[in-house]
Design a protein around this ligand. Structure first.
Ligand SMILES: [Zn+2]
Length: 86
């Protein structure tokens, strides 16, 4: 197991805020720069970003608020994806 770098912990910690557009422009730029040059961080980012796109598409159809709450809770707890393409 390799030690995660402090900047990686920061990037992953703020990943959800980044994806949700809740960060300042400065923080977004810093994380974007980090993801660009850091494969271990870019991988979970790609997964989450894809997931958000799917959710957003579904949202444009019809998703009850209760389901969105469940999805958010699942996203908050499942930091590491264990299945692909599910
Ligand atoms: Zn990193």
């Amino acid at each position: 197991m390799s030690e995660p770098k402090p900047e990686c912990q920061d990037a992953l910690h703020e990943l959800y805020g980044y994806l949700d557009g809740e960060l300042t422009d400065d923080r977004r730029a810093a994380i974007h720069r980090h993801l660009d040059g850091c494969q271990p961080c870019a991988e979970p980012y790609d997964f989450e970003a894809e997931l958000r796109q799917v959710i957003r598409r579904k949202c444009q159809e019809q998703v009850p608020a209760s389901l969105m709450a469940k999805v958010r809770a699942a996203l908050a707890t499942e930091q590491t994806p264990s299945t692909d393409g599910a």
